[in-house]
Design a protein around this ligand. Structure first.
Ligand SMILES: [Fe+2]
Length: 351
């Protein structure tokens, strides 16, 4: 078997239909340094009706991923030149491959495997040697997830385009959703949210201001102070955003984030004046990332805050009861020299 091979088609019986093409078989990329294991996993998966591609390093894996529509990537943590964790990060940072689930093949103990998974964006991991049953169970679970995210991907593109149009109307909001999303995911990783929760945080953060699409331009683009009436209209972007996304079934889990991203723990926020535990962790994460990015962005009425100034301001607001102090501590840790490079970079990009 060559190190990079497109396996010949197998029997017509389809155990798992292709998620990407609507017909044929689900496609799985196996990236493993050891040819014996590549062959072993490939034979097992093909015997179950999947189509497989194989690569022995990061470069070959990326070449396949950009050439083929891959439904799932099996990634060995040990690879020549680089490692499986770097490939995970590459895939999750690339818009074209971000939704491809990753099953990390590791030799680490379970706790270390979990940390590696969380920090590098893998969706799950198995410890090698793995039994056939365990591998197939994991593969099928992740392909179920891929089926879901494929549906999500189409709706997401429409909403992202809508958001870009709205953000482009005002120079002070351009790119805000993207930056908040990056910072919120970094924070979610820091506090150990699951990969599923991180995905909702990412999407909720990106779309949190989608309701601006329903706000009149003269209010949205006004540079001077708003009247009380205008503020009321502007604040309605919270529930307008919820309404826009409520019609799209895959977005149900992020509605609370969009509606609640201006709530405060002491009940002084809007639109519902929620307090404490009424505000979910996912919403708190996005709120804090939103505040952080807003402070770091130049506004019509003030200049851009430095990181230190922004953190000082957020701490004051957290101490007066607006934000979650635990999350503030996590936000501060993200920018510390001890933090994981990828997380620190992600936040820096978001700032
Ligand atoms: Fe907002």
């Amino acid at each position: 078997m060559s190190s990079l091979s497109n396996q010949a088609p197998v029997e017509e019986t389809t155990v798992f239909p292709s998620l990407s093409r609507g017909s044929g078989r689900a496609t799985i990329l196996i990236t493993h340094v050891d040819e014996h294991y590549r062959q072993l996993y490939s034979d097992l998966l093909r015997s179950e009706g999947f189509q497989t591609f194989c690569a022995n390093d990061c470069d070959q894996a990326l070449a396949v991923l950009h050439r083929e529509r891959i439904d799932l990537a099996l990634v060995d943590i040990v690879m020549p030149k680089t490692d499986g964790m770097m490939l995970c990060r590459e895939l999750k940072n690339d818009p074209d491959t971000r939704l491809v689930p990753i099953l990390l093949l590791t030799d680490w103990k379970s706790e270390q495997g979990f940390v590696m998974e969380v920090e590098n964006g893998a969706d799950a991991y198995v410890k090698q040697p793995v039994t056939n049953v365990e591998l197939l169970t994991r593969v099928r679970a992740l392909l179920d997830k891929k089926r879901f995210t494929d549906n999500l991907g189409d709706a997401e593109k429409v909403l992202f385009t809508l958001l870009e149009i709205v953000e482009a109307k005002n120079p002070y909001t351009a790119g805000h959703g993207y930056r908040v999303s990056r910072a919120a995911v970094s924070l979610a990783i820091q506090i150990g949210l699951s990969s599923g929760e991180r995905e909702w945080v990412r999407l909720g953060a990106y779309l949190h201001d989608i309701g601006y699409v329903g706000i009149p331009d003269d209010i949205l683009m006004k540079l001077g102070p708003l009247t009380a009436e205008e503020k009321t209209v502007l604040n309605s972007h919270t529930y307008l955003g919820e309404r826009i996304c409520a019609s799209l079934y895959p977005f149900l889990p992020i509605l609370q984030i969009i509606r609640g991203h201006h709530e405060r723990l002491d009940g002084s926020g809007y639109p519902d004046g929620l307090r404490g535990s009424q505000i979910s962790t996912l919403t708190r994460v996005v709120s804090l990332a939103d505040v952080y990015d807003s402070l770091k962005t130049r506004q019509p009425y003030r200049g851009r805050f430095s990181h230190a100034q922004a953190m000082h301001q957020i701490r004051r607001e957290a101490e007066q009861g607006w934000w979650d102090l635990t999350l503030f501590d996590a936000l501060a840790r993200i920018d510390s020299p001890e933090s994981v490079t990828g997380i620190r970079d992600a936040l820096r990009d978001g700032g």
